[in-house]
Design a protein around this ligand. Structure first.
Ligand SMILES: Cc1cc2nc3c(=O)[nH]c(=O)nc-3n(C[C@H](O)[C@H](O)[C@H](O)COP(=O)(O)O)c2cc1C
Length: 176
């Protein structure tokens, strides 16, 4: 695919997934879009953990704040999410439910508190039926439980940027 039109979508509470999204944009260009819920999320960590669990258990799809105009124009869509309770934050499910992905290339990325992607990549694969899904990138981000919010900054951000180059090259997306 020559010069694909690229969209980089992400959900981020404490900024780690946002930094990865911005690094991808620096390297490949494309449009950035932050998924946000219509209703404000709890700022308290424990309250967010509880609300998220309730939403995941009840298959609740929280309403999103805004829609992407002209989604059809995009060929290549990066979807970035933190691991929440070893799964996707439900807002990503709302996002995937809102658009048609058939014929597109989808590339997932993830940040987590050290326990890995959980089911996030599989959920993305399942949520974008008809798309070609490439291998994702995952990196350790923050650990709100011990007070580390944004971890991907400074020297760590430089390292992550290098890892992203390696990943993009491996999946054949670096010079596209
Ligand atoms: C509600 C909630 C649940 C989380 N659950 C997990 C988890 O199950 N496993 C894990 O490794 N990290 C978990 N984390 C940590 C985040 O995945 C990690 O801090 C990530 O880098 C946050 O990304 P962000 O800064 O873009 O919001 C959780 C964080 C929150 C707020």
């Amino acid at each position: 695919m020559g010069n694909p039109k690229t969209l980089i979508v992400y959900y981020s509470r404490t900024g780690n997934t946002k930094v990865v999204a911005e690094l991808i944009q620096e390297k490949l260009g494309g449009d950035l879009f932050q998924i946000e819920t219509q209703e404000k999320r709890p700022s308290n960590y424990r309250k967010e953990v509880e609300q998220n669990e309730e939403e995941q258990e009840g298959n609740v799809l929280p309403e999103l704040k805004s829609k992407i105009s002209n989604f059809n124009q995009y060929d290549r869509i990066f979807i970035g999410a933190p691991t929440w309770n070893m799964a996707l934050p439900q807002a990503i499910l709302t996002f995937m439910d809102s658009y048609e992905f058939a014929g597109k290339t989808v590339i997932p990325f993830n940040t987590n508190g050290g326990y890995g992607t959980g089911s996030t990549f599989n959920q993305i694969k399942f949520g974008v039926q008809g798309a070609e899904v490439l291998d994702g990138y995952s990196v350790k981000g923050g650990e709100e439980t011990n007070g580390t919010l944004l971890a991907i900054e400074g020297e760590r951000k430089v390292e992550v940027s290098r890892e992203i180059d390696t990943w993009l090259e491996k999946i054949g997306q670096l010079n596209n």
